[in-house]
Design a protein around this ligand. Sequence first.
Ligand code: PSV
Ligand code: MN
Length: 411
Amino acid sequence: MSEHSEQARRLLDGISKAGGDPDAVAKRLETLTIETPSWGYGDTGTRFGKFHQPSAARTLTEKLEDAAQVHKYTGICPTVAVHVLWDFPKGFDQGVLDTAGKLGVGIGAINPNVFQEQCYKYGSLCNEDAAVRERALKHILDCVEIAKQAKSRYISLWFGDGSNYPGQSNISQRKRWMTEGLRTTHDKMTDDQVLLVEYKPFEPAFYHTDIADWGMAYIYAEAAGERAKVLVDTGHHYQAQNVEQIVAWLIDEEMLGGFHFNDRRYADDDLTMASIDPYQAYRIFFEIVTAEHERGEALDIAYMVDQSHNLKGKIEAMIQTVSIAHELFAKALLVDQKALADARAKQDLVKAEELVRGAFFTDTRPLIGYVREQMGIEADALASFRASGYEARVGKEREGKHGAPADASYA
Ligand code: PSV
Ligand code: MN
């Protein structure tokens, strides 16, 4: 038995000894899925410039190829989120589905883009100009149709809408416009589709943002209809905000639709998930796992990554992200929920915290390795990807041919 298998066996035995179900833990780790974003594979940058990578994907097909690599080595990334304007600038093409299918991935959340074009300078669904509001709504409704064709369950909405100066906008009027647009969108969806409403406190608008926090997203989603839920982008919070409490509340309200994973030090930095504060990401998973433990079933949540790396190798960074998420989820599953309930009942704060902390400090990498082997893939995703030589190979094939990307990318 290899060293990591032995370590994994010890962890699973420990779960058994504590009265837990090691098979259920392993199964949960096999069934967890995390969607990666098409925009994480192309050349991207900051508002100060773009740094090019020879292996950066140039077309949607290349983005899907790269995403398929992440799925190949992690085993838990079967779908790819797409941004309509960047990935389907000329409209949805049925061929995309065949390409994705051949690569072993599916099309995930469909992201409309109502923030980049000139007409959206003063907003989209909340623009003073009715013609712009209509145009934005039409694009979103087209995306609902694309989602149907792409067999995607999710329409994921983020708006850059807001204002920069007091007096610039009638905030409550804009709220009513947004509500109307979301309700119309919801009405056009099929029963199995889900509308995800993302919030962000600021950027690009700096005075007010039309969906600035989870409360606003909740109110809009509730008004839109029962298949509208809140999307929590972990980077979209003020410093010190208790994100895990937001998550726990949304779960309890049946309003948590999905996540955009990333980490932040200052604002919406799009850094690798848990690179700055792994304990925060773990605490989010701990709330989810606690709810799953209480309900006896997995929650229906769309786990997605929203990161575009400018400095790290893009595929490696995505494999690293997914592996970290997998490891942290495993840590949360290791918390002895029975002992924790007991400690709480006795108001034993120290014991309760030690149970939560103890699981966090347990190295779950061997367990993830074991789970991957159960799924028929290599234990060490990052090392296996590196050894494959894929990045150098596509770097040679793609380098020098980037020019102006055929499909617009995020900058
Ligand atoms: C906005 O900052 C955001 O988080 C939205 O989810 C967009 O779709 C994405 O970033 C674009 O990178
Ligand atoms: Mn996001």
